[in-house]
Design a protein around this ligand. Structure first.
Ligand SMILES: [Cu+2]
Length: 451
């Protein structure tokens, strides 16, 4: 089911590096399938009523509510910009955003109709599969070449133009192999690694393998363990991968700027013993890297801000491994609606009998937490940072938001209802999925006007 597998995920058996298959992940079939499943799950779960709101007349006389002292909206209209414009927290000049002021500062609610319309516009972009429309996705699997028994990875370090979503202007970012996040590297415990970085930027850098136990001279800290890698130069890191689990590689030179602009990537060391890998240990069938960042481009998951974030798409009962990695400068508490996360490893180290369940998991800068989610509740479940200024504002959701979409198995009744629908005098706009849901009794896409 590659067609419905989010791009950031891989089949979990990584004893042999997996070939990159962007065509499978991103082709028309993939795009269609992911969007379709998202809507299907939303309908099946009875949620996401937003798609119907636009058809309704706005309710009159809805009282406004404010978190704090009421303030006048800014000149020129409602506090919310148009849905096509970046929200204040999600838009970003490299050095200007986001604000590090975490105090809740709602500036007065916009009119309900304004908020609803703007929130709807953003959600609609998500439901329509914006993730698939933005080119340049990161986390592409990196394939080594072999030099004897050494796995050789050759990277470039590049200045790039990166799109956080389909609407905002590209940002002047940095990327390994010209992508943000950089390529996902999967190796096996005991592998001999040679990683060569060619600096194509106009600034010097140095690359640190975060979490690995390696020779000091390979630690990647310029001016302590090596000279900076100057523009046009290369540096070769060699070590044996002996620290298993979820790790990272990133710039360790002018790092606030360089990591904040995208010089980061996942470095995953699979245990030599296959019985300790997440597919065998937990039955996981997807293995998803989730790298957060909070500088250039605002609040991002794998280099994208909502609504361009990729949903995680699962079948009912499927087990999903998610590797949270925080490359930002703030902590982010990841909150999954509907079902818990089984937290099984921290910084690559298995928790063993100390593994625990949580629905909100704080991930500090530099930390990696691995969780297993059993997709046991059908529907489209919000999955977001619960520092709310990182996720939702007066123009709707933005930044660190995506969804876990759990597809129920197709039932005879829904198939039958879909087949019968043309003979029913019910709305059919929106395609066969919505129609089937309506025929099946969902009220999620019918017009609701507040009393
Ligand atoms: Cu956050």
């Amino acid at each position: 089911m590659d067609a419905v597998t989010p791009q950031a995920s891989l089949p979990i058996d990584l004893s042999v590096p997996q070939p990159s298959s962007p065509a499978d992940a991103d082709g028309p079939a993939g795009s269609f399938s992911r969007r379709g499943f998202l809507r299907t799950a939303a309908i099946a779960g009875g949620g996401l009523v937003a798609a119907s709101v636009a058809a309704c007349a706005p309710a009159a006389g809805v009282p406004s509510w404010t978190y704090g002292p009421s303030t006048a909206p800014p000149p020129g209209g409602s506090p919310g910009a148009s849905a096509a414009a970046p929200s204040a927290a999600a838009s970003a000049a490299p050095s200007a955003e986001p604000s590090h002021d975490h105090s809740p500062a709602p500036s007065g609610s916009p009119a309900a109709a304004d908020h609803d319309a703007e929130a709807l516009a953003v959600v609609t972009r998500f439901l329509d599969g914006e993730y698939d429309k933005v080119e340049g996705a990161g986390n592409q699997p990196k394939q080594p070449t072999l030099d004897g028994d050494v796995k050789v990875f050759e990277f470039t370090v590049d200045a790039i133009q990166h799109k956080v979503d389909a609407v905002k202007d590209p940002v002047a970012a940095l990327g390994f192999d010209a992508m943000w996040p950089g390529p996902r590297v999967d190796v096996v415990e005991g592998d001999k690694i040679r990683a060569i970085f060619k600096n194509n930027m106009q600034e010097s850098t140095g690359i640190h393998f975060h979490g690995q136990r390696l020779p000091n001279s390979m630690d990647g800290v310029p001016l302590i363990t090596q000279d900076p890698i100057h523009p046009g130069d290369s540096f070769t890191y060699e070590f044996t991968a002996r620290t298993t689990g979820s790790h990272m590689y990133h710039s360790h030179h002018n790092a606030t700027d360089q990591v904040g602009r995208g010089l980061l990537g996942a470095f995953i060391v699979q245990p030599k013993d296959p019985a300790k890998r997440y597919d065998q240990l937990y039955g996981a069938t997807q293995d998803i890297v989730w790298i957060s960042n909070d500088s250039l481009g605002g609040f991002t998951i794998n280099g994208r801000g909502f609504p361009a974030t990729a949903p995680i798409v699962a079948s009912l009962g499927e087990k999903i491994a998610i590797r949270f990695m925080n490359e930002g400068s703030m902590m982010h508490p990841w909150h999954l609606h509907g079902m818990p996360m089984h937290v099984v490893a921290r910084d690559g180290y298995p928790l063993g009998s100390a593994a625990f369940f949580a629905d909100t998991l704080g991930v500090n800068p530099g930390e990696r937490w691995d969780v297993i989610v059993t997709a046991e509740e059908p529907g489209a479940w919000a999955f977001h940072c619960h520092i709310l200024p990182h996720a939702e504002g007066p123009t709707g959701m933005f930044g660190m938001v995506t969804a876990l979409v759990v597809n129920p198995p197709a039932t005879a009744s829904t198939i039958l209802a879909s087949a019968l629908l043309p003979s029913l005098s019910r709305p059919t706009a929106g395609g066969p999925i919505r129609s089937a849901a309506l025929a099946g009794g969902s009220t999620a896409y019918t017009c609701k006007i507040p009393a």
